[in-house]
Design a protein around this ligand. Structure first.
Ligand SMILES: Cc1ncc(COP(=O)(O)O)c(C=O)c1O
Length: 286
């Protein structure tokens, strides 16, 4: 079964899935994106992803309104792939124009959709937990926009990979913000904490899913800033994103988190996420 490529109104093969070198996404990183996940041919929280896409587009003044068409196209692309479980990448750029910092007014956005088979992550990362590194948050001040400009994130994640780590936990002025491609939570004395959803982090759909699960369990969550010291002294650390869902972090740089094993709340969240997904999408447990 093939990965599926869609560019500006056309489903095509990868060789013909091309955009102009004068696309502002290529020249300026002038665009935004989303990564969605399908389970059993249903796209998880698609409306929330499209809402965030809309907020990102508005924030950089790209005029795009065809969200119901985009929703249909995402399902059409998924169907064409034949994959039950898939990652759906959507990218919208401002479009093609002669290179100039100031874009012309009458631009037509470039729309790209790619459907990939969901990669299988090593099960040990979930059973034993994963390693992360600390890394300075060198990004701009509008990280709630899911911008194509991912150089700081790719530098952070490349460094993490060089140190055999799954993530880079980023910090600014001693405060932990989020990771290169995920949100981060800590647990201390059964109190869960994560950075507030302000302009300095991406408002993760998975972050919100976890907050809802915790609230449904009657647990309080503190959406407040926390320091690197609090991170390193916490009982549990976990990350969330569309691909990993919930993943325990059991080592940060050379230091184990607590006793170096995934904690109870993290394990509960991993189980609860799987249960909800299976109930929602009629998916049998692996
Ligand atoms: C910087 C960053 N933070 C958080 C997330 C998690 O977002 P979501 O849960 O919507 O996948 C991502 C996902 O790509 C990300 O790139």
């Amino acid at each position: 079964m093939p990965d599926i490529y869609y560019v500006n109104g056309r489903f095509t093969d990868p060789e013909n899935a091309v955009v102009s070198v004068e696309d502002r996404g290529f020249l300026f990183g002038d665009g935004v994106y989303e990564v969605l996940r399908a389970y059993g041919r249903h796209i998880f929280r698609i409306d929330e992803h499209l809402d965030r896409l809309s907020r990102s587009l508005n924030a950089i003044n790209i005029n795009f309104l065809a969200f119901s068409e985009l929703k249909n196209l995402s399902y059409e692309a998924l169907k064409r792939s034949g994959y039950d479980d898939a990652l759906i990448y959507i990218q919208i750029t401002r479009g093609v124009a002669k290179r100039s910092h100031v874009p012309p007014k009458d631009m037509h956005p470039t729309v790209v959709i790619i459907v990939y088979k969901t990669p299988v992550l090593p099960v040990d990362l979930f059973i034993k937990g994963a390693k992360a590194i600390l890394y300075p948050d060198i990004r701009w001040s509008k990280c709630y926009i899911k911008s194509l400009q991912l150089l700081p994130n790719t530098l952070a994640l490349s460094q993490a990979s060089a140190e055999s780590s799954i993530e880079a936990i980023m910090h600014r002025n001693g405060i932990v913000t989020e990771c290169g491609s995920s949100n981060v939570f800590i647990v201390k004395d059964k109190q869960v904490k994560t950075h507030p959803a302000d302009e300095t982090i991406l408002h993760g759909v998975s972050r919100k899913t976890v907050l809802e699960i915790l609230q449904n369990q009657g647990m309080t969550v503190s959406e407040n800033e926390f320091t690197i010291e609090e991170l390193l002294e916490s009982d549990e650390v976990f990350i969330t994103n569309t691909l990993v869902e919930v993943m325990p972090i059991t080592q940060i740089d050379d230091k184990p988190v607590s006793d170096g094993n995934p904690g109870q709340i993290t394990l509960m969240l991993m189980e609860e996420w799987t249960n909800q997904r299976d109930v929602l999408f009629g998916r049998s447990k692996a």
